[in-house]
Ligand binder design. Structure first.
Ligand SMILES: NC(=O)c1ccc[n+]([C@@H]2O[C@H](COP(=O)([O-])OP(=O)(O)OC[C@H]3O[C@@H](n4cnc5c(N)ncnc54)[C@H](OP(=O)(O)O)[C@@H]3O)[C@@H](O)[C@H]2O)c1
Length: 283
């Protein structure tokens, strides 16, 4: 069985869809907290098992029969290292033969604060002795879609300066994860995954302007002012700080990559940001 945690999330759903294109549903094990969010997967013949990263006793039974496991990183920063360790421990106890983990671009040297949890998880995987591959994912294009209505209304803000961002769509990263689960010979591989085409925030604003017919301008702020603006817009302080930290690091090149490993792995060019914007504006 090919098991996927976080299967109820956005990336998890896309990984399962990509697996289903190449392998029978009976070979796929979707793991998540919320059975309701997996109803569509069960409807396609995929086995769903409930497990919570915070409840280690649920993880062993969920992994029974799993030969390979994709650990999709959790969404609760601060708790993730313990959560991921629990999954790795359960995988070892269940004799899982291979794991893949969704890390962050250049986790070993990334200045982005979010990279700390990923570095710790990569170390835990190394300590576990389980053969594994690292999917060091760059930024999702979709990260810029949630803010699209506000951007159309008020313009874009950030603190990335002229930093170039090699984002790719979630579907691209999902296709890569499915490929790594399906292929043999992936143990020990470190995949630095990013989009083929990079953009600055000003270029993103120009793309939104061109597609929407609205005049969208990017205003570059200091990291502190950007964080304060996000908090002023209602985001919790910790999330605002994380976003401002990531934006500032992007200004220093932390999200740029021109290695094209993602398009090589999935066998096609990655999805340009313009296409993701087009789909969002049409929705
Ligand atoms: N590269 C990027 O730009 C980027 C951006 C955002 C996030 N990420 C990372 O990539 C991951 C996947 O992205 P996504 O868009 O699919 O995020 P998502 O839609 O929020 O999915 C997160 C998944 O993790 C599951 N999860 C969270 N806490 C859990 C727990 N305690 N026990 C079991 N499952 C748990 C969620 O379960 P529920 O469905 O029950 O909530 C969900 O299935 C995120 O979790 C985050 O680590 C990367």
């Amino acid at each position: 069985m090919l098991a996927v945690t976080g299967a109820t999330g956005h990336l998890g759903h896309l990984v399962i869809a990509a697996l289903l294109e190449e392998t029978p549903a009976g070979r796929i094990l979707a793991i998540g907290r919320n059975a309701q969010k997996a109803a569509d997967l069960a409807g396609r013949g995929v086995t769903f098992r409930q497990a919570d990263y915070n409840a280690p006793e649920t993880l062993g039974p969920a992994l029974e029969g799993a030969e390979k496991l994709l650990l999709i990183s959790g969404s609760e920063t601060g708790r993730r290292v313990r959560q991921h360790q629990a999954v790795i421990d359960a995988a070892r106890a269940a004799s899982v033969g291979f794991m893949a983990y969704t890390s962050i671009l250049r986790a070993d040297s990334s200045p982005i604060g979010l990279a700390r949890d990923h570095r710790a998880t990569e170390a835990a995987l190394a300590d576990s002795g389980i053969p594994h591959a690292l999917l060091r994912n760059g930024w999702y294009c979709e990260n810029y879609i949630a803010g699209l209505p506000a951007a159309l209304e008020h313009g874009l803000i950030g603190c990335s300066g002229d930093g170039r961002i090699s984002a790719a769509s979630r579907a691209d990263f999902a296709a890569a994860a499915a490929r790594v689960l399906l292929d043999d010979g992936q143990a020990g591989q470190v995949h630095e995954l990013a989009g083929d085409t990079a953009f600055t925030m000003s270029e993103l604003a120009a793309e939104i302007s061109a597609q929407s017919g609205r005049d969208v301008v990017y205003t570059d702020l200091s990291q502190g002012d950007y964080q304060a603006a996000l908090e002023g817009a209602g985001l919790p302080g910790s999330i605002a700080a994380m976003l401002a930290d990531s934006s500032a690091a992007a200004g220093r090149g932390a999200l740029f990559d021109d290695g094209h490993a993602l398009s090589r792995l999935i066998g096609r060019p990655t999805t340009p940001i313009g296409e993701v914007i087009r789909q969002a504006l049409a929705a």
